[in-house]
Design a protein around this ligand. Structure first.
Ligand code: SAM
Length: 270
């Protein structure tokens, strides 16, 4: 059913590393909980291994967004595309208003996102999705293991940084499984990991991810420096430290999620 593909046909520029093992793909498809009857957005379906696993797991509506002509055209021929259970959008996921697309094709919001993301666009897409919380529910996303560790890291961990603070301000992330290079065709150079990001319960999230992004970018931009030096690159941020009652001699990697939120609020309200 899926488009036949030889490893040589993968395009490096589009971050193409494909999974074909049905048992593994079934586990990935359901890593964020039962998908039966749900609207799911899949970014980068490629030859359709994960797409097939999602359809076979009983998704209600599948919206697949693929940039590569070969795959978009191939998927559009699947019976599920003809019946309307799957909608294939041929385009760049970075340029699509996914909430509008889901509504336009009759899907339900909030939608789940399940994706084996291309490495080069995975992080910017995640940050954008974290900032727009109203249209999406649980996200099941595959990244390089290193990126997955950065998303889930706690203070004082070497991987703790901007991505951990942003991800944990909008979701509860966890690593569901590690996948070695040999599972992919062609194999990437490093391990991959599936991260499940559940939305935080109402009232527990932070409402201004743009402010949080600005202060974390400055604070971790020079992570070995004390905050009073690192934050000089962001207008008003050193003064915000005092308002937030944070010791200016501390380093960014020691600040808790709550302290970063306080700092972001103080900076925003300056
Ligand atoms: N889901 C498939 C799998 O697990 O075997 C393919 C995963 S492969 C790592 C990433 C896929 O994303 C490729 O099919 C690639 O063409 C597609 N892609 C890359 N950049 C994209 C973009 N900006 N928008 C949509 N799809 C993109």
């Amino acid at each position: 059913m899926s488009t036949p593909l030889t490893p040589g046909a993968a395009k490096k520029s589009l971050g193409q590393h494909f999974l074909f093992d049905p048992a593994l793909l079934k586990r990935v498809a359901n890593a964020g909980g039962d998908v039966k009857g749900k609207t799911v957005v899949e970014v980068g379906p490629g030859p359709g291994g994960l797409t097939r696993a999602l359809l076979d797991s009983g998704v209600g509506r599948l919206i697949a967004i693929e940039l590569d002509d070969r795959f978009a055209e191939g998927l559009a021929l699947w019976p599920e595309a003809r019946s309307g259970q799957m909608h294939v959008h041929h385009g760049d996921a970075r340029r699509v208003n996914i909430a509008e697309l889901v509504k336009a094709v009759g899907g339900e919001l909030p939608a789940m996102i399940v994706a084996n993301l291309p490495y080069n666009v995975g992080t910017p897409l995640l940050v954008e999705w974290l900032k727009t919380a109203d249209w999406r529910s649980t996200m099941v996303l595959m990244f390089q293991k290193e990126v997955a560790l950065r998303i889930c890291a706690a203070p004082d961990d070497e991987h703790y940084g901007r991505l951990a603070v942003l991800a944990q301000a909008a979701s509860r992330p966890r690593i569901a499984m590690i996948i070695p290079p040999g599972a992919f065709r062609p194999p990437p150079k490093v391990d991959s990991a599936v991260v499940v990001l559940d939305p935080l319960p109402p009232g527990e999230g932070y409402d201004d991810l743009n402010a949080l992004e600005a202060v974390t970018a400055a604070a971790f931009g020079q992570r070995r420096k004390m905050l009073r030096a690192a934050l000089k690159s962001l207008d008003g941020a050193v003064d915000a430290l005092a308002v937030a009652e944070i010791d200016p001699t501390r380093r960014a990697e020691t600040l808790t999620q709550a302290e970063f939120r306080k700092l972001a609020t103080a900076w925003r309200n300056r």
